[in-house]
Design a protein around this ligand. Structure first.
Ligand SMILES: [Mg+2]
Length: 264
């Protein structure tokens, strides 16, 4: 795997230079630095400017794919005309697209019930935050004492157990994620988006830092895949150090576009 910024920039500029390309990025830890509290994560104004400039090419479809709920994601990025995929790709909105994964919709009632039970069972534990994202839910324990962790896991497993055929529990970053059992992931979402716009796999770029982004790295073998952060084990072709390097990459793509425009 190659990991110098210059090599990544050269490869990406080559792939997005055709008549149609896509650039999809994760949000937390990729476009925006990880914040101590998820609610504090902000998109830097210069990153927003670069995304705007790239989107204005009309040749490059820009997508943001995140575990956040779609309303939250749309609000944080705040650019009209991008494709937004929330809840790890279970819902997709923007640039003419509107999609909700059907199996996730079927599990909505069970998820709502699980959240209700978790609110009732976890409230005595200080530092717990339960996030209801409509199609998925998360129990954030970053601010809770480590000694409470077994109790938190037991409560989640107990709440989910009646709905185990529909819901799945997995460990996230200082959180426990409750998701519907679907075969759908960020990789399925990005391939679905590419097909909608008729974008060939070769012209598809994906940037992400999470374990859930690995599904997209696998799905986009023919494209350019970039892991942000330490990359001990990843399916991505390239890596970048941090969101600062992602910003530099975006600025290069944006400038490439401007240079192309001035030649027209
Ligand atoms: Mg991330």
């Amino acid at each position: 795997m190659l990991s110098s910024l210059r090599k990544v920039i050269t490869e990406v500029l080559d792939r997005v230079g055709g008549p149609k390309a896509s650039l999809c990025l994760d949000f937390d830890g990729t476009l925006a630095a990880i914040a101590p509290e998820p609610s504090e994560a902000r998109l830097d104004q210069s990153v927003r400017q670069a995304l705007l400039a790239i989107q204005e090419t009309d040749r490059i479809m820009v997508g943001v794919i995140s575990g956040r709920a779609i309303e939250d994601l749309t609000h944080r990025v705040g650019i009209d005309g991008l494709v937004y995929a929330g809840n790890h790709g279970l819902e997709i909105l923007g640039n003419g697209l509107r999609f909700v994964e059907p199996d996730a919709l079927l599990a909505k009632d069970e998820l709502r019930q699980t959240v209700k039970e978790l609110v009732a069972s976890l409230w005595p534990i200080p530092g717990i935050r339960i996030e209801d994202k409509r199609l998925t839910a998360a129990v954030h324990y970053r601010l809770a004492a480590d000694s409470q962790l077994p109790k938190i896991w037991a409560a989640v497993n107990q709440a989910v157990s009646p709905y185990a055929s529909r819901l799945h529990v997995r460990s996230g970053k200082k959180s426990i994620e409750i998701t519907p059992r679907t075969g759908w992931n960020k990789g399925s979402a990005v391939c679905w988006i590419n097909r909608r716009f008729g974008i060939p796999p070769r012209s598809s770029v994906y940037v992400g830092d999470d374990t859930t982004d690995e599904d997209a790295f696998v799905a986009l073998k023919g494209g350019v895949t970039i892991k942000v952060g330490p990359s001990r084990q990843t399916h991505a072709h390239y890596s970048l150090k941090d969101p600062g390097e992602v910003q530099e990459l975006l600025e290069y793509i944006a400038r490439g576009h401007e240079a192309g425009n001035s030649r027209q």
